[in-house]
Structure formats: structure tokens, C-alpha cells
Design a protein around this ligand. Structure first.
Ligand code: HEM
Length: 181
């Protein structure tokens, strides 16, 4: 996984819980702890960091990933404002992931292995979003999506209709978008 993701985790943890917690997470995870933005590092390091964070904060690892994804978005919006400025709401922003955002990311972060998404309109007007990745980080996809909704002052009703963690061939999300009032 690219260093930028490790850097985001460090920033989110220190922003919300302070430098000391990040130092304890590094100590207890047994990882190197030096991550440059453009470098690539083992996925296992990320799992270890997430699991240690979960133990220290006494919350499930899945909740750490959701929280980390959501709180990362303001940081990504600072660094990549044009991805957000191109859209006025969450739905078209998400739909641009495969065609614009992640391909651009891959130009800058060579070796990035980004997930594959597919999009369809559900009969009830919701967005059906498929997610496929060996990494099975659907919680991160949900957290990023919720963070994007925060950016556009929207709230999501985000359901996992299918999940590879429960034996399905891919993850399928059913997402409704509401203005935050
Ligand atoms: C400014 C917007 C975004 C940027 C700059 C960005 C960038 C990245 C980068 C650098 C990676 C790491 C790839 C690697 O380590 O090989 C990544 C992974 C990922 N991105 Fe994005 N991303 C953005 C928005 C989103 C959004 C809105 C979603 C929501 C669905 C998303 C879903 C994911 C997921 C789930 C991964 C984890 C890798 C995997 O599942 O295989 N990203 N992204």
C-alpha cells in the first residue's frame, strides 16, 4: 500500500488523539514506522497499525477503518481540491472515482493498486456501487464515501448488499444521498 495512506492514518490519529497515541501505536505494532508518501509498504503493516489502534481505542478494527476513511477526506480535499471542485455533490464525485480520481492518483503514485468500482442506478433512485479489491477494504470505501458526503454537506444511507467478507463474489453498496440540514 502506498505511503500516502500510512501518512493519512498518522495525521488522522494525531489530529484527533495526539502524538502520544501514534507513538504508542508504532511501538506496539512492531512496524518500521517511516513511511514516505511515494513509497510502497506491506499491506500487513496497515493491518497491524489498524489492529493496534483498535486495541488502544477499545473499538472494533472495522470502526477504526470507517473512522479513518471519513476523517481522511478533509485532508485529501486540501491536497486534491480540483477533484472536489469538479462536482457539487457526493454522487457524481463518487462516480468519477474509476474514470478520473484513481487514474490521476496512479499517475502520481506509481505502483498504486486502486480498487475497481462499478456504478448503476437502482430502481428506487439510489446508487448501486460495486467494489472489488483483493484488499477487502469495503469499510475504507464506506468511510471515504461518508467523508466525501461531509464535504458536500450531505448524509448517506449506506448499505452493504453484498460483501466479500461474507463470501460474496464482490461488495455491492446501496447508497442514498440526503442534504444535511
Ligand atoms: C481525493 C480523493 C481520493 C484520492 C486522492 C485517493 C487516493 C487513493 C490512494 C493513493 C490509494 C492507495 C492505493 C495503494 O496503496 O496502492 C487509494 C486506495 C483506496 N481508495 Fe482512493 N482516493 C480518493 C478517493 C476515494 C474515495 C471517495 C473512495 C470511496 C469509495 C476511495 C476508495 C479507496 C479504497 C477502498 C482504497 C483502498 C485500496 C483497495 O481497496 O484496494 N478513494 N486511494
Amino acid at each position: 500500500m502506498k505511503g500516502i495512506v500510512f501518512n493519512l492514518l498518522e495525521e488522522v490519529v494525531t489530529l484527533h488523539h495526539g502524538d502520544d497515541l501514534w507513538d504508542r501505536i508504532l511501538d506496539q505494532s512492531g512496524v518500521d514506522g517511516v513511511y514516505t508518501s511515494l513509497g510502497s509498504y506491506p499491506d500487513d503493516d496497515m493491518h497491524q497499525l489498524v489492529n493496534t489502534t483498535a486495541n488502544l481505542l477499545e473499538i472494533p478494527a472495522n470502526d477504526v477503518i470507517l473512522w479513518f476513511g471519513r476523517k481522511s477526506m478533509p485532508l485529501l480535499a486540501e491536497r486534491y481540491p480540483h477533484f472536489f471542485a469538479d462536482h457539487s455533490s457526493t454522487r457524481p464525485f463518487l462516480v468519477s472515482l474509476n474514470s478520473i480520481i484513481h487514474p490521476e492518483v496512479r499517475k502520481v503514485h506509481s505502483g498504486a493498486i486502486v480498487p475497481v468500482f462499478d456504478f448503476q442506478d437502482a430502481e428506487d433512485g439510489a446508487l448501486l456501487m460495486g467494489y472489488q479489491s483483493e484488499r477487502k477494504l469495503c469499510a475504507l470505501a464506506q468511510g471515504f464515501s461518508e467523508g466525501a458526503a461531509d464535504h458536500y454537506e450531505e448524509v448517506l444511507d449506506f448499505k452493504h448488499l453484498k460483501c466479500t467478507q461474507h463470501g460474496d463474489d464482490k461488495c455491492l453498496f446501496h447508497i442514498n444521498f440526503y442534504k444535511n440540514c
